[in-house]
Design a protein around this ligand. Sequence first.
Ligand SMILES: [Zn+2]
Ligand SMILES: [Zn+2]
Length: 177
Amino acid sequence: MSYIDIVPIGNTKEPYLSFLRQTLPQVFKIETRIRPHLVDLSAVYDPNRNQYNSSALLFQLIQDPPPETLKILGVTELDLFIPIFTFLFGEAQLNGIGALVSTHRLHNKFYGIPDDEELLKIRLLKEAIHELGHTFGLIHCFNLRCVMNTSTYVEDIDQKSAHFCRSCEREIFRKGK
Ligand SMILES: [Zn+2]
Ligand SMILES: [Zn+2]
């Protein structure tokens, strides 16, 4: 048995984790489980930016995975950055084991609009599928509806679907697991 491990980082709300645990197997045809993994957040926090270094966090996340772990998806409410970008919705290793997503900038309230939990969950799912797609070797897709289309703003996430286009889907299942 191999799993996509969903790893909460910081105070990730349980409903978000269980939503991903239920929905991701339908997409990837792989079982999911929620697995705790200790990370040192103080080591990746940048006080000047008041944000967390995504790549450094991802590096901690992939240390010593259990043998039955196929992929690791970190889920956090923390605000992520890498030095060349102001912020990130998520990050992943191309053809690697690890992916990371943040809900921080997926909340409507971040943009001064009343929160919408259902919309938040859909955005989170899209970003989780997108980042996991990278771990299965997919690169960015030009199809605006494809979940592998790149998203700079939250509006970009809303205009794409939660599905792979036909060519990305062919690619992901051809490369196999
Ligand atoms: Zn991407
Ligand atoms: Zn595509």
